[in-house]
Design a protein around this ligand. Structure first.
Ligand SMILES: Cc1cc2nc3c(=O)[nH]c(=O)nc-3n(C[C@H](O)[C@H](O)[C@H](O)COP(=O)(O)OP(=O)(O)OC[C@H]3O[C@@H](n4cnc5c(N)ncnc54)[C@H](O)[C@@H]3O)c2cc1C
Length: 436
């Protein structure tokens, strides 16, 4: 059902590809909402300052219903060169973030880059198995393109940039939106309620603390280990299978699972010499005994070794290398939030983060869609559950492929990358590339 509430008009009228993206995003949002009524709340207080929180706050602050009635409570964004959070921003994620902020991709990217943005886009994606050959040097099986074919798509599939720069840029683009900002850690529902700009606020949890507003948060059953660093191109130049404007996924079968690598063009104004970025991630069951430090050092060796085979050198790793062990959200979608609250982060988290480049798209989509639902008096939990079904399913299948049938995945990848990656990866193109 198209209930036809247009996004508030951005500062300048959109045209061409930007207008097409806005219209397609609007259609998608409408397709996941059922009602068009009055909001149930007169204000919102958002705890958190990640992509989900900021997309949600920005879209609401741009609506007549909530203008001047949005409060964000979070410590100031700490930008550092270290790659602490996600780097690979899907083109479709940028569509959602831009729709929430009322800006174009070009505006968002130039704010991120501090000027002209270039060199951070992948228009195709390839993959191969990677293995340590005789003598320890990394080698690859025959690669294949699973998105963008041989020539590359006209649409951006992935932008590579530092996460804290994305949120920093989002904040700068939001300065004129009249959002009340409280630079504190959120501690409780009562504290948030006291900061509301109205008498009937919606309290929104977009932090990693699932218990902040009193919800039950069962312990995770899966964790994700990840190690990531920016790279410069070595004197000998880029080596295949790495190719310009192409994201490359080297997969390593090791100790009963597949370590997922991802190398993509990258830009960060704080590390201007780095033009590539790479990550290795691995999902483990919490029931298994895992030596975190030993796993992460094995994975960092893989990261550097595969980088070297691609002609890449880690860039200032003492300042930029990020190593993390973070919980995966449950496979099943969560239930509804308690009355008067919205467990936003819980609602849009679609499974294991870090290893399918789906954290930022889920956050951008969840934030935008929840705001639209709140403006229309619709149910944001239901809307997000509906809209993230495919993302959740794809994340689950990738987990099955990499942890439950790693041998079959390895064999199929060696036989035929196109076949191995056909579903859900190639079929999921519309969840990766920008809509125009
Ligand atoms: C190593 C790694 C690699 C990743 N790779 C990718 C990738 O390539 N692509 C991708 O799309 N995603 C990736 N992700 C996931 C991605 O970074 C996140 O899913 C994405 O940034 C969305 O985050 P968010 O908006 O949900 O909030 P988060 O980024 O989780 O932010 C939550 C914020 O809440 C704030 N906060 C915490 N506690 C409080 C409190 N009590 N009060 C107020 N504020 C609080 C914190 O300061 C934090 O900034 C990766 C994650 C990691 C860890």
């Amino acid at each position: 059902m198209n209930i036809g509430l247009a996004f508030e008009t951005p500062a300048a009228p959109l045209s061409g590809v930007d207008l097409t993206r806005q219209r397609r995003t609007q259609r998608l949002v409408d397709s996941h909402l059922r009602r068009r009524g009055r909001p149930d709340h007169d204000s919102v207080v958002v705890a958190g300052n990640g992509i989900g929180a900021l997309s949600f706050a920005a879209r609401l602050a741009r609506s007549p219903e909530f203008a001047g009635r949005v409060t964000v409570v979070a410590p100031p964004i700490a930008e550092s060169r270290r790659l602490i959070n996600g780097v690979s921003l899907r083109g479709r994620a940028a569509d959602y973030i831009c729709a929430a902020l009322g800006v174009t991709h070009a505006r968002l990217l130039s704010e991120i880059c501090g000027g002209e943005a270039g060199g951070l886009t992948a228009n195709r994606q390839t993959a191969a198995m990677a293995y340590a050959g005789a003598g320890g040097a990394w080698q690859f099986t025959r690669p294949g393109a699973w998105q963008g074919g041989a020539a590359g798509s006209a649409r951006p599939i992935v932008y590579g940039t530092r996460n804290s720069r994305i949120t920093g840029a989002m904040w700068s683009l939001m300065t004129e939106l009249g959002i009340r900002y409280v630079p504190e850690k959120a501690e409780s529902a009562d504290q948030l309620r006291a900061m509301a700009a109205g008498s009937a606020p919606l309290l929104v949890n977009a932090t990693v603390n699932g218990r902040l507003l009193g919800a039950a948060a069962p312990p995770p059953t899966r964790m994700v280990l990840a190690t990531q660093v920016p790279f410069t191109v070595a004197a000998g130049g880029l080596r295949r299978p790495a190719e310009p404007q192409t994201a490359f996924a080297p997969l390593v079968r090791r100790d009963g699972a597949v370590d997922v690598g991802y190398f993509t063009p990258f830009r960060d104004p704080a590390s201007p010499q780095a033009t590539w970025y790479g990550i290795i991630a691995r999902v483990v069951d919490t029931a298994a005994r895992v030596d975190k430090d030993s796993e992460l050092s094995t994975m960092t060796d893989e990261l550097y070794g595969i980088g070297a085979a691609l002609g890449l050198e880690p860039h200032d790793p003492e300042e930029t290398l990020g190593r993390a062990m973070v919980p995966a959200s449950p496979v099943r979608a969560p239930g509804p939030s308690a009355p008067g609250t919205l467990e936003l982060k819980r609602a849009y988290s679609v499974g294991a983060p870090c290893y399918y480049a789906d954290g930022m798209i889920s956050a951008g989509l969840g934030g935008l869609l929840a705001a639209e639902a709140v403006i229309r008096g619709d149910d944001p939990d239901r809307a997000i559950r509906h809209a993230t079904r495919a993302l959740r399913w794809h994340n689950y299948l990738w987990w099955l492929e990499t942890t439950r049938i790693p041998l079959a995945t390895d064999l199929l990848m060696r036989l035929n990358v196109n076949l191995a990656m056909a579903y859900p990866h190639s079929a999921g193109f519309r969840l990766w590339a920008a809509s125009a």
